[in-house]
Design a protein around this ligand. Structure first.
Ligand SMILES: [Zn+2]
Length: 120
């Protein structure tokens, strides 16, 4: 291997490291999962703490590995379950039939401005 090849390899590696670092910073993982039911605060939970939550009788949310996911729902369309895992600040899972929203926020519920409005 020529010296120029090694230098080029190092440059490519450095570029990858910078790109990955920037991506991690921009992603801004949230810190809390804020659950609302009928527009009222149901609860707020740390995203980095694995937990299983029954939201009323109709929905079940799993918080695992820094992601929140609706794992069970009795709504007819199951769109909330199709929304998959959320972990980035501002991301929302909505279950319209059961009037449940799950939002990732950067701080606890006290500091949470919540969603502006939800039209059911
Ligand atoms: Zn649903």
């Amino acid at each position: 291997m020529k010296r120029a090849d090694v230098v080029l390899g190092l440059i490519v590696l450095a570029a990858c490291a910078v790109w990955l670092g920037a991506r991690a910073l921009l992603r801004q993982n949230g810190a809390y999962v804020v659950i609302r039911q009928n527009g009222e605060l149901f609860g707020s939970y740390e995203l980095n703490e694995d937990r299983e939550i029954d939201i009323g009788s109709g929905n079940h949310l799993s918080i695992r590995d820094g992601c929140a996911r609706m794992t069970a729902a009795d709504c007819p369309d199951r769109i909330c379950m199709d929304q998959g895992k959320i972990s980035v600040r501002g991301a929302v899972i909505t279950c319209l039939p059961n009037r449940v929203t799950v939002q990732i926020t950067g701080a606890g519920a006290a500091d949470d401005k919540g969603l502006d409005a939800i039209v059911y």
